[in-house]
Design a protein around this ligand. Structure first.
Ligand code: F6R
Length: 614
């Protein structure tokens, strides 16, 4: 994972150290375990590393008045080696002649380390990254580009690297395989910017290009030369990027998470905006380059995603099957890529990723593309790697999601998936009236979301009753089952409480053994079709002394006699639409519990917003 940033000053007055810190702050979503920076001063590598967030490094850089004309920097999500200063990047060779930052994983690092150790080279960190520094140094013979070129074929795994060498104080070398790396030249100052994500170039107007796999570049203030692994010089076409500086604030909310939960009436509206076609009872996507004919021919759908995006896919599966009548499989991307998946003809692949940078999802899509199936991506972050892989990208338009825990992106994904299901269903058997009815439910979602959010004080109150439980079950049926998976993930992620999402009817096949007065069950009763069945499952839990909190549709008062507590949510008109309001209920519940437990809500421990390693 991790974020890489680099800067070479040309025409601006910008201190490269400050430019890098600014860039790292924008890349912190890629990890925040430690941060580090390096430059060259008076012929020597100068470097600072700190454990924790970028703001700690920022203070150190300022306290030391670090002033550089060229710098590389890194924010880390630990993979190999604990969260210590020694394991923080940059990593050096023995003489500290070079400094290197790395995003990715070197899979054969142990083998390389063994070879280098037997050649007498001493390692000081536990990281896989350090082998790259020593290996480049091992191959170095005065020509740093050649040393990099010799090193790359020996590395297995994924990487984006940036390095500097004290003998070549005018250049940064960068290389990549399987990890994004963008290089930009500022229109005004001609300063050079390097980043794991071009969105971190915000506030500038630049000419940008991306390095492709197994390419490396030698970047100086005057030239950018790109080569392939064979040392052949390549020509790159530039893309003009004008990224306005958008100041993203909490708008008075205590956390980004709470702000983003509250934004959902608007973010869902933005997901739907311009896409509802009432006249034809369907949805229209400007960005969709797949013909209606191709959609009509689709006989299978394969959804690939991770985490919350996977849960959105699980809910969508039920909609694709019930509305469009297309058999749909949902695969956890990290599992899909390592089995021999069978992708039949006329399969439509849908990849869901807020960031568009999740390594597992990207790899799964590459695997799926081998079958020549068309890939539609659902992404929130513009210019992401996934959008470059897919045939068409449908944009969530949720606006930047800053909190690591996904909320508004999830409900936007669901909104878009519903529209896509409708569009495909209309190319098949769904009639105009059916299409129109579906649209009218979708249009009603904004009101439902606002109604759930207006109940925030009730969630807060009940959170104080349930925050002391160390274990939770979230149970529901049909559409509510994957909604429960998502709600359990929210609680785990931000409150660090163990929670499991489970199909209510499955409890009796084992998990009910866990029920006791110390385990709380949260029942998601939004699937009206199976409400009575769920009541029986809740009775079984009640009889065994398990405390139960229910989220149930208004008017379904039978629940009152069974559960300890109930929060009534807007009455559901149709089950497929319930996951959106009910998942917001789960978000609010998790948020208020986390508040009481005093966790780091926007940046929970051990997590990163964008998971760019396997
Ligand atoms: C949970 C969460 C993660 C992400 C997952 C996939 O709140 O945010 O589970 O959903 O890491 O990320 P994307 O959607 O960016 O591929």
């Amino acid at each position: 994972m991790c974020g890489i940033y680099g800067h070479i000053k040309k025409g601006s007055k910008t201190n490269s150290a400050i430019a890098c810190i600014d860039g790292l702050k924008r890349l912190e979503y890629r990890g925040y375990d430690s941060a580090g920076i390096a430059g060259i001063h008076q012929g020597k590598i100068v470097s600072y590393k700190t454990v924790g967030k970028v703001r700690t490094l920022d203070r150190v850089v300022q306290d030391n008045n670090l002033d550089l004309k060229m710098a590389i920097a890194h924010t880390r999500w630990a993979t190999h080696g604990s969260i210590t200063e020694l394991n923080a990047h940059p990593h050096f060779d023995e003489e500290k002649a070079l400094a290197l930052v790395h995003n990715g994983i070197i899979e054969n690092y142990q083998k390389i380390k063994k070879t280098l150790t037997s050649a007498g080279i001493k390692f000081i960190s536990e990281t896989d990254t350090e082998v790259i520094s020593h290996l480049i140094s091992f191959h170095y013979n005065g020509d740093i580009a050649k040393a990099v070129e010799k090193t790359l074929p020996e590395l297995e795994g994924s990487f984006a690297i940036a390095l500097i060498h004290k003998d070549h104080p005018d250049r940064i070398l960068v290389a990549t395989r399987g990890c994004p790396l963008a290089i930009g030249v500022c229109h005004d100052s001609k300063d050079i910017y390097i980043s794991s994500d071009s969105n971190a170039f915000t506030g500038r107007s630049l000419d940008v290009f991306y390095l492709h796999d197994d390419e490396y570049a030698v970047v100086t203030e005057a030239t950018i030369e790109v080569y392939n692994m064979a040392g052949i010089k390549l020509t790159k076409s530039l893309e003009v990027l004008n990224l306005e500086e958008k100041f993203i604030s909490k708008d008075g909310y205590e956390h980004f998470l709470l702000k983003e939960i509250h934004e959902q009436p608007l973010s869902v509206e933005r997901a739907l905006h311009g896409r509802l076609d009432f006249k034809n009872g369907t949805a229209n996507f400007e960005e969709l380059s797949l013909s209606d004919d191709l959609l009509k021919k689709t006989t299978r759908i394969l959804i690939l995603a991770c985490g919350s995006s996977y849960h959105a896919g699980c809910i969508a599966k039920q909609i694709f099957e019930s509305l469009a009548k297309i058999p749909t499989e949902v695969e956890i991307a990290s599992e899909f890529r390592y089995r021999n998946p069978i992708i039949l003809e006329n399969t439509l692949v849908i990849a869901i990723s807020q960031s568009g940078e999740t390594a597992d999802t990207l790899a799964a899509v590459k695997e799926a593309k081998r079958s020549n199936s068309p890939v539609i991506a659902l992404c929130n972050v513009k210019r992401s790697s996934l959008s470059r892989l897919a045939k068409s990208t449908l944009w969530l338009n949720a606006g930047p999601e800053i909190s690591v825990c996904s909320t508004k992106a999830f409900t936007s994904q669901l909104s878009l998936l519903m529209l896509l299901a409708l569009k495909i269903a209309r190319t098949k058997d769904l009639d105009l009236a059916g299409g129109k009815a579906f649209l009218s439910h979708i249009e009603n979602l904004g009101k439902q979301i606002s109604a759930v959010i207006s109940k925030a004080p009730e969630f807060k109150l009940l959170a104080s009753k349930y925050a002391s439980f160390k274990q939770f079950f979230f149970i529901g049926r049909n559409y509510m089952y994957p909604t429960c998976l998502e709600a359990a993930l929210k609680l785990k992620e931000i409150s660090y409480i163990n929670a499991s999402g489970y199909p209510a009817g499955e409890m009796k096949h084992g998990p009910i053994a866990l029920i006791s007065k110390d385990l709380a069950t949260v029942a998601f009763c939004g699937n009206v079709h199976t409400f009575d069945k769920l009541l029986s499952n809740l009775m079984e839990i009640k009889s065994r002394g398990g405390p139960i909190l229910a989220f149930a549709p208004e008017g379904y008062n039978e629940i009152l006699g069974i559960t300890d507590d109930v929060i009534f949510l807007p009455k559901q008109i149709s089950d497929p639409f319930a996951p959106i309001p009910y998942s917001i209920a789960g978000q609010l519940f998790a948020y208020y519990i986390a508040i009481l437990l005093g966790t780091d809500i926007d940046q929970p421990r051990n997590l990163a917003k964008s998971v760019t390693v396997e």
